[in-house]
Design a protein around this ligand. Structure first.
Ligand SMILES: [Mn+2]
Length: 314
């Protein structure tokens, strides 16, 4: 874990100001400015599905509209022609592992004297983090990992984080498991990695955050997110129906100055949808997280994004 997470953390802590404007203490802030000329691929909640990370890198992109040839995403990232934005929630298997969480819960209650179910969960969760840290380290300016509400290895309460429990006491079980089986240095490095993830990506005609924005946030508030837990909470935890009316429209109108012919969209994960996507906020918020399949949104610069064509099952 340290071999992958330490370099990943180093990259996050030293992101250039043009891409992640620094906060008042000189640390990379909560905003990511994406390249307006690259094709963007947005990946919703991965939730410990390591195979999704592998499949993402193979997504075929049609980078030249005049030919039929496609370029795999990994190649396009390496060539500086594409950028990848992951919306967070890298850890904690969901419904697919409900039975395993039930078994792991029993192991937790017995103090992990047995821990085979939990070992499997942790292999997938930590494995996913490891893969993403490796990709971020290899391609720092082309890959952007946003923070989700599950990125909370110590299961802390406060500064925008909450303890998590859905199929079991996932947050507490992971925190206890880490304390029992990993040295403090590993936990600290993962914690720091998570706390250094940004919250909002700004593209030419779109915005991306983990959850629907709970209200309008000014750029300076998001830049200074480390000091204001309400910003982290408001961009990572918002449930359907909990955002202030007009928050998505206000964000898009304020952050995006696209050409008047193009409609702008706000992309988020967090709340599950059926099929490839769901919409809220008068169709301006596109929700991408389908726990049962791999989803990717592909946005070509200077082309109108069409949810029915440009959201893929991978
Ligand atoms: Mn979430």
């Amino acid at each position: 874990m340290l071999e992958f997470l330490r370099p990943g953390l180093e990259v996050l802590q030293t992101e250039p100001d043009y891409q992640r404007p620094r906060d008042q203490h000189g640390l990379p802030g909560g905003l990511v400015r994406l390249s307006p000329v690259r094709t963007t691929v947005i990946i919703p909640d991965i939730h410990a599905r390591m195979e999704i990370v592998r499949r993402v890198l193979d997504i075929p992109l049609a980078l030249s509209p005049d030919t039929d040839t496609t370029t795999p995403l990994l190649t396009a990232l390496q060539q500086g022609r594409a950028q990848l934005v992951c919306v967070g929630d890298y850890v904690h298997a969901e419904q697919r592992a409900a039975e395993r969480w039930r078994l792991a819960m029993q192991e937790f209650l017995e103090g992990f004297t047995r821990h085979t179910a939990m070992d499997d969960e942790m292999r997938e969760s930590l494995g996913t983090l490891q893969m993403l840290a490796a990709i971020k380290t290899a391609l720092p300016e082309a890959v952007h990992l946003l923070k989700g509400n599950h990125e909370n290895i110590r299961n802390r309460e406060g500064n925008g984080n909450h303890s998590f429990g859905k199929f079991a006491y996932e947050g507490q079980m992971v925190a206890d498991y880490m304390e029992q089986f990993y040295p403090p240095e590993v936990i600290e490095t993962i914690d720091q990695f998570e706390q250094n993830l940004p919250l909002l990506a700004i593209g030419g005609s779109f915005l991306v955050s983990h959850a629907e924005p709970s209200r309008f946030f000014m750029p300076a508030e998001i830049r200074d997110y480390r000091e204001n837990g309400e910003v982290t909470e408001g961009l990572t935890w918002t449930a359907n129906g909990d955002a202030e009316d007009g928050s998505v429209a206000a964000m898009l109108d304020s952050y995006i100055s696209s050409d008047p012919g193009l409609s702008s969209y706000y992309f988020a994960g967090h709340r599950p949808v059926n099929g490839r996507y769901g919409t809220r906020a008068d169709g301006r918020l596109i929700q991408l997280h389908n726990p049962a399949s791999g989803i990717a949104a592909v946005i070509n610069p200077d082309q109108q994004f069409d949810p029915d064509q440009d959201i893929l099952v991978i």
